[in-house]
Design a protein around this ligand. Structure first.
Ligand code: HMG
Ligand code: MG
Length: 294
């Protein structure tokens, strides 16, 4: 069956923008977040406290948090890779973080400058300290289906890595198809391999046009938190051939048709993505945005 309600985890301001070549002014990011909250989204991943040289687009994380006009009932999680990142996040008054591990060796090296094993040693104390400080912690796991350097990723490998993150104290685990290669049967099998689906979220990039189909497979397998980005913005600078995330508008259109509650005003969201496309100087890749923008 389907869940009665889906929690949309909007990653447009983080995943959506992190790969943008030219730096988007902080005022534009703040207006983007403000409009997303105005459209009814209640989880807005705001930025990353990563090394500014690794992701120059998000080097303004402190400024962004300081300028944030927090809407009631909206959470603003941020990515944190290590102790230094957690210090920065705590100084900025953040109350919800996400760590981000890799299911594969090569991507751990490319994205975190770490080995597969060492990434856990980096994340465990971050999760422990964050929890002690009263923060909520999400765990991301990347390359859960395929990896550009290693090919197909075995479900057992993903389950083992994911359970370690949950054991550290993450309250949610987001399964990332970083390069958008998964298809529906693989999604169903991986979720079934986890057994307990209550802490799972899914994070599909739409590189091969499979994100929406994979989302429905995940919903039918028991997942009720779905990551997406307004207008389908996005991509990871450290993963070859990673394009945008599942577009939030495409997701909302699906949920609407399925009768699943989502809380989003689609008209306001489309307006936001059209405005953002204007800021970036490039049309949105979302089919629903283009169909409704008129
Ligand atoms: P490193 O260079 O190995 O870091 O990077 P280090 O620990 O060796 O430290 C070197 C210097 O960096 C030190 O400064 C540190 O203080 C500083 P120095 O002593 O030389 O002056 N430093 C920092 N400064 C600011 N903030 C920090 C920080 N950490 C160290 N947090 C590191 C290791 C993990 C930091 C680096 O590899 C990094 O920042 N990686 C992040 C890459 C990234 O953001 N990727 C995109 C997000 S993941 C994603 O998109 C996938 C996802 O969407 C899910 C999916 O699609 O699958 C989540
Ligand atoms: Mg991503």
């Amino acid at each position: 069956g389907l869940p009665p309600r889906v929690e949309i985890w909007e990653v447009g301001a983080r995943d959506g923008l992190q790969n943008e070549g030219s730096v988007v002014p902080v005022e534009v990011k703040l207006e983007f977040l403000d409009r997303l909250a105005g459209a009814g989204l209640t989880t807005l991943e705001a930025t990353s406290f990563v090394h500014p040289k690794w992701v120059p687009q998000l080097a303004d994380a402190e400024q962004l948090l300081a300028g944030l006009d927090r809407h009631d009932g909206v959470r603003y999680p941020v990515l944190v890779p290590n102790d230094r990142g957690l210090n920065r996040a705590l100084d900025a008054g953040v109350d919800h973080i996400a760590i981000f591990a890799s299911a594969t060796e090569t991507f751990a090296q490319r994205n975190l400058n770490s080995t597969f094993d060492d990434q856990f040693a980096m994340f465990e104390p971050v999760v422990t300290r964050a929890r002690k400080e009263g923060l909520e912690v999400r765990g991301y796991l990347s390359m859960c289906f395929g990896d550009p350097w290693e090919g197909v990723v075995a479900a057992e490998q993903v389950v083992r890595a994911g359970k370690r993150l949950l054991d550290f104290g993450c309250s949610q685990l987001s399964l990332g198809d970083t390069i958008g290669v998964a298809t529906t049967n693989q999604v169903t099998r991986l979720i079934e391999a986890f057994g307990d689906t209550s802490a799972l979220a899914v994070h599909f990039h739409d590189t091969y046009g499979q994100a929406l189909a994979n989302t429905e497979a995940a919903l039918r397998a028991g997942v009720s938190t779905v990551d997406s980005s307004a207008g389908g913005l996005g991509g990871c600078p450290y993963a070859e051939s990673a394009t945008g995330n599942l577009a939030t508008e495409d997701l909302v259109w699906l949920l609407e048709g399925l009768g699943v509650e989502h809380g989003v005003d689609l008209g306001k969201l489309v307006e936001t993505s059209v405005w953002m496309a204007g800021q970036l100087g490039r049309p949105s890749p979302s089919r629903v945005v283009n169909a409704l923008a008129g």
